[in-house]
Design a protein around this ligand. Structure first.
Ligand code: IFM
Length: 443
């Protein structure tokens, strides 16, 4: 068995959350609606017709939840700011009660010796901005810039670690191409401009924060999966290169000054029609750290039935491999391979694993929650992070997804990812075996 000390004294251990998934209080104290409020309250969008109206009621229970984090020996807490809680219309009038909430949250964390790591955008665009085109409207760069400036001025005196976007591939892909996440738009004509505008916001947001707080540590996060071709055939290998360009390279390479990976993914060529003069110069930003979020590996095969891409992923349950409740393969080496892949970009200074974790059915026994599969998942993945680190990969942090069982987007409350069980009827929290394991590991 390995121990925490092998990662070194400066390694950042933490836990990650997101506003819409835990806060609840969706319409109180002046908060405006976000696209997730709208989407999840429509019929048949979310499994079980669930919504995030109450979620874990973190808005009212943050003091106890911070105590919980403290009791688990977790020194770093990643959470996101709900844009429409502080700017109900997305821009313009500030909601002081929303600002007060995040001030209280940050101050309470700091009082307990917990370092706040703040994500500026974890998918909950103000609905008012979506009504004006949302991520497809180039104006979003100005709206986002104003929002970032406000956050920097209100919270930047106490927050040192910032992440600009959470998983842009997921919020543009699921929200603007597949239509399965908010705001439910579909097709390349929505996806491509959303990608370009999100990539501009990624670097522009970072520049604004840095100009106001030059000493802050600024990163942004990417979802990434280790990919393997189904067979050694030329077709499967080409399919894998395309999927890699789409899901692993699309957002990071422009920020590293490499441009969009259009050579390997021709369907992206149309992105240049959304360029304005000077955009090439606006896309790169020298981030202090890159947040990687890895859960699984994917197997890619050629397919004539997927237009333009000619590639598809083979679902884990079709492959007879161990899976989580998300139907994601349990494959610890994926985090090692992912770290090696991104470490090979010489432009990346530092990597933090900003999310890794798993959803399983938890066993209740005698008032306790025995979640052996999750405990094993964490141990085996953390061991792979150590392997990478010992081989010289510049990984300097690991955050578990997530603190509490919570609203898992289109899957509702069904997949439970938490180290802490949440009873959504009573909001009672019970630390799971995995939570106790992490606590002991961090002691
Ligand atoms: O719950 C999500 C989170 O919001 C973003 N990354 C993946 C997690 C698990 O699906």
């Amino acid at each position: 068995m390995f121990n925490k000390n092998e990662f070194g004294e400066n390694f950042k251990w933490g836990i990650s959350t997101a506003a819409y998934q835990i806060e609840g209080a969706h319409n109180v104290d002046g908060k405006g609606a976000s696209i997730w409020d709208t989407f999840s309250n429509q019929s048949k969008k979310i499994v079980g017709n669930h919504n995030g109206n109450q979620a874990c009621d973190f808005y009212n229970r943050y003091v106890d939840d911070l105590q919980l984090i403290k009791s688990l020996n977790i020194p770093n807490f990643r959470f996101s700011i709900s844009w429409s809680r502080i700017l109900p219309n997305g821009t313009g009038v500030v909601n002081q009660k929303g600002v007060d909430f995040y001030n209280r949250l940050i101050d309470s964390a700091l009082e307990l010796g917990i370092d706040p790591w703040v994500t500026l955008y974890h998918w909950d665009l103000p609905q008012e901005l979506e009504n004006k085109g949302g991520w497809t409207n180039r104006e979003v760069v100005n709206w986002f810039s104003d929002y970032v400036e406000l956050c920097a001025k209100k919270f930047g005196d106490r927050v040192n670690h910032w992440m600009i976007l959470n998983e842009p591939m997921v919020f543009t892909g699921a929200g603007y191409f597949l239509g399965v996440h908010a705001p439910g738009r579909k097709g390349l004509r929505n996806f491509i401009p959303a990608v370009h505008h999100a990539t501009l916001c990624q670097s522009q947001g970072a520049r604004i924060l840095k100009s106001i707080h030059p000493n802050s540590q600024i990163g942004t996060t990417f979802s990434c999966s280790h990919l393997e071709p189904n067979t050694n055939s030329e077709k499967d290998r080409i399919a894998t290169i395309k999927v890699d360009a789409l899901i692993n390279r699309l957002f990071i390479e422009p920020s590293l000054g490499l441009g969009y990976p259009t050579n390997d993914l021709k369907l992206l060529d149309r992105i240049y029609s959304y360029f304005q003069p000077n955009d090439e110069k606006l896309l790169p930003y020298d981030f202090d750290f890159i947040g990687l979020q890895n859960y699984t590996r994917e197997i890619v095969t050629h397919s004539y039935f997927v237009p333009l891409l000619n590639a598809k992923l083979i679902k884990a349950d079709k492959r007879k491999v161990p899976v989580t409740l998300m139907n994601w393969e349990v494959y610890p080496e994926s985090i090692y391979q992912t770290l090696k892949k991104y470490d090979a970009y010489p432009q990346i200074k530092k990597i933090i694993i900003t999310e890794n974790g798993a959803a399983f059915h938890d066993t209740h026994f005698d008032g306790k929650i025995i979640d052996e599969p999750r405990t094993n998942y964490l141990k085996t993945h953390i061991r792979e992070v150590l392997r990478a680190k010992q081989e010289g990969v510049k990984v300097e942090g690991y955050f578990v997804w997530t603190l509490l069982d919570n609203f898992e987007w289109a899957e509702g409350y069904y997949p439970r990812f938490g180290l802490v069980h949440n009873n959504f009827m009573t909001q009672e929290r019970i630390i799971k075996q995995s939570g106790y394991w992490y606590k002991q590991f961090l002691e």
